[in-house]
Ligand binder design. Structure first.
Ligand code: LLP
Length: 430
């Protein structure tokens, strides 16, 4: 769901007119709806209620401190992938013992930091990592809680860059090798086996791949539980969202009207996996990222120029691929709407940014109403993997992030300045 809608022809986020945010903070700027995040969290948490479960928000999707605070206050745990993400989660007031630490390349420093803070579990992706965690825990006189990430070789039917559960991906340990690797873990003095983990990919819009992964892992989970004693099964994230037609029906739950298979509800997800996971008798962890925050964000931008060429109309806006890279990187499709509702006849155009790359586009051959310099746009559903993937490419300052909560406006990050761009750099000596 999302809480963006037109009120008297002006696009609002909850009770705030987006033009007001653009006036106050300038464009480009990210805006997040606090109540969209809360509502998505509650809905997923409720659907999973039949399980002894913990939702661990995947911080990589949106790591703004205010967003993390909203989720921490709802009781969410966190799925982190770096020492930096752990630092953020702790800053936001969350508890380390509700954090799982994933990722294929954990450094010694990150492992030591996470051990000292007391993370719930390290999700381990290789034998080399088991040995390293054992060694670091030993040097600190501690026992490290671990889970092994198992790759079930399931086709998640999603973009190749965000599919992770196939054997050819770099993630996890194959189903057939997992029992051996658990034996290795059990033999290491400074490890404590706590769980098992899997994650098959992201932006998955069908329940079937989730059910297939749960089914493929169920016997292994029983076996490892019998041999080593497990506390939890972490089922990963991946629940997809709907990126289009968000404003057409005027309903926050517009996406429910989409065909099954092009959208997945928390209830569809829960119904497919609960019958398989509940009999395991373990605590089940989930790591949703996009589902909780994706539809909660919009990137506001202003049209700078409209360039007509014999081939195409290019609408050049002030946001660019460095601010939101999903279209360039994954051919990600984001709905684009004007802040002021327009009745003009639609026509095809490319919406592009000012960066010197042909890949710097938000939409190609998109049917949009006529746009003029100065018109403002919202690039919707950019709350997940939006700001977090932004960069300073072309020496463009990072954008502000603004959180709307009802009628309250909170500047959750200020826009970088030119001085910020060179902070930490050093001129050569004279
Ligand atoms: N757990 C693990 C181990 C993951 O690798 C990921 C995402 C998640 C949870 C959260 O997945 P989600 O629920 O958000 O689908 N930048 C890409 C998506 C990359 C996903 C990486 N891993 C995009 O913009 O589509």
């Amino acid at each position: 769901m999302h809480l963006f809608s037109y009120v008297d022809g002006s696009l609002h986020c909850e009770g705030v007119k987006l033009d007001e945010i653009a006036d106050r903070f300038g464009t480009p700027a990210y805006v997040y709806s606090a109540n969209t995040i809360r509502e998505n969290y509650r809905r997923l948490d409720t659907a999973l209620a039949p399980l002894d479960h913990l939702v661990c928000f995947a911080v990589k999707a949106n790591s703004n401190l205010a967003v993390l605070q909203i989720l921490a206050r709802l009781g969410s745990g966190f799925d982190i992938v770096s020492g930096g993400e752990l630092f953020r989660v702790l800053k936001a007031g969350a508890r380390a013992d509700r954090c799982t630490f994933a990722g294929v390349g954990k450094t010694r420093e990150e492992i030591a930091y996470a051990l000292r803070e007391g993370v719930y579990s390290f999700n381990v992706e290789s034998e080399g990592e088991l040995e390293r965690i054992n060694e670091v825990a030993g040097s600190l006189g501690m026992k490290a809680p671990i889970a092994i990430r198992v790759n079930p070789n399931v086709d998640a039917k999603t973009h190749k860059f965000i599919s992770t559960g196939k054997s050819k991906n770099k993630f996890g340990i194959g189903l057939d090798r997992a029992p051996e690797v658990y034996k290795v873990a059990a033999s290491l003095a400074h490890l404590k086996i706590r769980g098992i983990q899997t994650h098959i990919g992201s932006q998955i819009l069908e329940a079937a791949p989730f059910a297939e992964a749960a089914q493929k892992l169920a016997d292994l989970v029983k076996q490892i539980h019998a041999e080593h004693g497990l506390e939890f099964f972490d089922f990963g994230g991946g629940i997809g969202i709907v990126y289009d037609e968000a404003l057409k029906s005027g309903s926050p739950d517009w996406w429910l009207a989409q065909k099954p298979g092009t959208r997945i509800t928390p209830e569809d997800y829960a119904a497919a996996i609960i019958p398989i996971l509940k009999p395991l008798g373990l605590r089940i962890l989930f790591e949703p990222g996009r589902f909780l925050v994706g539809n909660a964000g919009a990137l506001l931008s202003t049209v700078q120029y409209v360039k007509e060429t014999p081939a195409k109309t290019f609408t050049i806006v002030d946001a660019a691929m460095n601010d939101l890279i999903r279209p360039a990187l994954y051919e990600g499709w984001h709905e684009i709407v004007p802040l002021t509702e327009s009745a003009g006849a639609i026509k095809p155009m490319d919406v592009v940014g000012p960066v010197c790359e042909s890949g710097d586009f938000f939409a190609q051959d998109r049917e949009l109403p006529p746009l003029h310099p100065g018109d403002r746009l919202a690039i919707l559903s950019s709350g997940a993997y939006g700001f977090v993937m932004s960069s300073n490419y072309n020496s463009r300052p990072l954008l502000p992030e603004v959180l709307v909560d009802g009628t309250e406006i909170h500047l959750a990050r200020s826009r970088q300045t030119h001085d910020d761009l060179v902070r930490g750099e050093a001129l050569l000596p004279v």
